[in-house]
Design a protein around this ligand. Sequence first.
Ligand code: 5GP
Length: 193
Amino acid sequence: MNFLEERIVKDGIVKEGNVLKVDSFLNHQMDIALFEQMGEEFKKRFEGCNINKILTIEASGIGIACIVAKYFNAPVVFAKKSKSINIEGEMYCADVESFTHKNVNQVIVSKKFLGPEDHVLIIDDFLANGCALQGLISIVNQAGGTVEGIGIAIEKGFQVGGRIIRNLGIKLESLAIVDGMDAATGTITFREQ
Ligand code: 5GP
């Protein structure tokens, strides 16, 4: 097991409905020493990729993205969830269905902060059905930029997102891939990487 898998086993809680709770170290209280390890690992996995910008989505991707960004010496842009309607023109927009909240958010990025010159590493905490990532990929495409790769902390490998994104031919690196989890026993099975 790698450092993140060990931490998930130690502090993660399996909930009903295929939800893994990791709020004691990843997306509510945040363990910055762990994030540093993640940043170092992503730097290794994306070695040689020409990355000048990190893109994530609010809220829980932001903390991880900021630490990862240090390792790539690049700024972080985060897509904002927005209810506003009349913003076309200045913003790239995409609709994202939330796995955890079961609603659809419009996410926006200002055209000032993403353009054809950008080589983007997308970072997020979880990959489930892939809706958040597809929204972010669409935003990079609208900007005429290049998605160099995607780095995810925890992929739930039993949901469809990983397959959809890899089928697009994008380099996707997940630090932990959960292939199964059982809310009754709390057991978590990881994919060998
Ligand atoms: P997707 O768009 O891939 O279906 O879901 C990704 C988003 O849903 C992530 O950004 C994350 O915030 C949230 N999410 C999905 N599955 C889980 C989960 O099992 N636990 C937690 N804490 N968040 C999740």
